[in-house]
Write a protein of this length. Sequence first.
Length: 369
Amino acid sequence: MTSSAPATPLTPTAAGAAGPAASALVRALRGERDVRPPVWFMRQAGRSLPEYRELRVGTRMLDVCLDPALASEITLQPVRRHGVDAAIFFSDIVVPLRLAGVDVVIEPGRGPVFANPVRSVADVDRLTAIDPEVVAEAAAPIREAVRLTTAALGDTPLIGFAGAPFTLAAYLVEGGPSKEHLRARAMMHADPDSWHRLAGWLAQVSHAFLTAQTDAGASAVQLFDSWAGSLSVADYRAFIAPHSRVALDGFTVPRIHFGVGTAHLLADMRLDGMADTVGVDWRTPLDEAAAILGADTTVQGNIDPALLAAPWPVLEAHVRGIVQRGRAARAHVLNLGHGVPPETDPTVLTRIVELVHGLDLDAAVGGAE
Ligand code: CP3
């Protein structure tokens, strides 16, 4: 599919307006607090939306990710429906690996599966012999999809993303999804040299994928280290953090760093201030996270995805509590603690956006702080 006439922007840029760089999301990521937090949802695009399921009939996930018009349309769907304060680019953490020529498919209901798991020294040699520059060259459909999307979004910012080296390695070394990521964690200690070569290569590949998105107009980036919670602090520092820094190095747009089960890693996930914002899952109250992260980090989170299925009064109280606790941080971006479960009723997400957009925290406490 190719692009046709540019769509009317969802939120047209007014003459003289500063565009998405001045959006509530970007301001919060940079540390400016407003009367309400901006809100978006991880996995807001996808199976919770009937319009997505309709578009996806008969297509394969990774083919869709490389079709600029389809990827762009799917990115826009939740923005139109829910009125969220940001879009997240519709793609997947394994897309840059596919662009590098790695044989990977996404099995529905399971996740990424690799034809050739990377376990031996020879496997690592073979993979890392691929020049990460190949990803930049093959990323033309990604740049095109981002251009189409940002043109259609107007003032609403687009978040670009990539998988962190550990989370990618957790799939690649195992060959598919795993619970404890034992093989990747074993490689770090059994063969640190191979591990560092693998993670270093993955960092460059993710960096190239993020660069394709920011070059084409993404206003922020998020690094997903979803499975970092399985690591000890010592292993995180020795084997992971240096590589995640490479993935996030050099961007001028705000950087978000996210993981699940990472209460013990939150301070390290700031990457010494390289991350402007750290994502927090539902297990850690945001005021506790803010105390750990300090005065120069924004927090993002942390609605429990399980509560999306609870009666509205229960969910509303949960969301209001999170917004209150988020005030302990320099700024807060409301989100889930992990992705939207596929069976979620999408009208519940719209209702959360409406609730948050109706809040005025200054009025609620009788004046500005
Ligand atoms: O957040 C968004 O709306 C943007 C889209 C997005 C997808 N994957 C689309 C997708 C993002 C940000 C991702 C990142 C991703 N992919 C992560 C990190 C985030 C997280 O959830 O922790 C991980 C671990 C993956 C790997 C992956 N890809 C898994 C585990 C799955 C689910 C497999 C399944 O069917 O349950 C995928 C496939 C995938 N990625 C889907 C979507 C919408 C489902 C594919 C489909 O609709 O058939």
